[in-house]
Design a protein around this ligand. Structure first.
Ligand SMILES: Nc1ncnc2c1ncn2[C@@H]1O[C@H](COP(=O)(O)OP(=O)(O)OP(=O)(O)O)[C@@H](O)[C@H]1O
Ligand SMILES: C[C@H](N)[C@H](N)CCCCCC(=O)O
Ligand SMILES: [Mg+2]
Length: 228
């Protein structure tokens, strides 16, 4: 099965929530699914994984892969890898990200890779998340939210993927904003404006248990299209 890169229109749009839900669902469908967060950043957790994202993903996929394999580089500031490099003088290591992805791809039938921030988050001066996706040679799934402003963000994100010739598997609308567009209208407009398949929408998730995530993702997403 083809691995997928979960990116999105911005930071905090729900990439981790969507990646975790996909990992649980695929695992329960009998897929040996791996996860990866090549670069993570923020306040390091005191126990377990440094990155909370990585902890959520590893738990969802129930993998025993080492932290170094899952997340080869963690920056202890809330910023892009490039900004962390400028501030902390620690250079982002693209090679480790790519070689770890290749290792995980040998261990698991498919790997869900979570990006950081949006599609043009800088990793090096002229190397962005889009370049990482291109180098991994896997399609992207784009997570977007319903908050007004999302149409512009989504069109720009799709356009950048097209400029870099990255295949887009589809868009997943994360419907966790209380005051956003109605799903039916947003689906209609994003479909016609981007010509990218809308794989479905995820509601506000109160319960992150396996049972809850499996029910929500099975019910709301076109998994056939996602895995085609
Ligand atoms: N479907 C949802 N239901 C409930 N809360 C959500 C949902 N999606 C996102 N959130 C809330 O938004 C926060 C940010 O979501 P998430 O961590 O998935 O964003 P992200 O895109 O992975 O961000 P980053 O770029 O930092 O990795 C979550 O901690 C959670 O509080
Ligand atoms: C720290 C945060 N939660 C993300 N992991 C990193 C977000 C990078 C955003 C870069 C930018 O400002 O566009
Ligand atoms: Mg995340």
């Amino acid at each position: 099965m083809k691995s997928l890169f979960i990116s999105g229109t911005d930071t905090d749009v729900g990439k981790t929530y969507v990646t975790a839900g996909l990992a649980v669902t695929l695992r329960k469908m009998g897929v040996d699914v791996g996860v990866m967060k090549p670069f993570a950043a923020g306040n390091a957790q005191k126990k377990g994984f440094k990155s909370e994202d990585v902890e959520i993903l590893a738990n969802a996929a129930q993998v025993s892969d080492s932290e170094n394999l899952l997340n080869p580089q963690f920056f202890p500031i809330a910023a892009s890898p490039y900004t962390a490099w400028m501030n902390l003088k620690v250079k982002p290591q693209i090679n480790s990200a790519i070689s770890n992805f290749k290792t995980l791809s040998k261990i698991h039938s498919m790997v869900l890779v979570e990006g950081m921030g949006g599609i043009m988050t800088p990793i090096l001066k002229n190397y962005f998340v889009v370049d990482l996706i291109k180098e991994m040679r896997i399609p992207a799934v784009l997570v977007t939210r319903t908050k007004v402003g999302t149409v512009n963000h989504t069109i720009m994100t799709v356009q950048m993927c097209r400029n870099y010739k990255i295949p887009i598997k589809g868009i997943i609308i994360n419907d966790f904003d209380s005051d956003g567009y109605k799903i039916r209208e947003l689906t209609r407009d994003l479909k016609s404006l981007t010509q990218v398949p809308i794989l479905g929408s995820i509601p506000f998730i109160k319960d992150m248990s396996d049972t809850s995530l499996y029910r929500i993702f099975k019910k709301n997403l076109d998994l056939k299209l996602l895995l085609k």
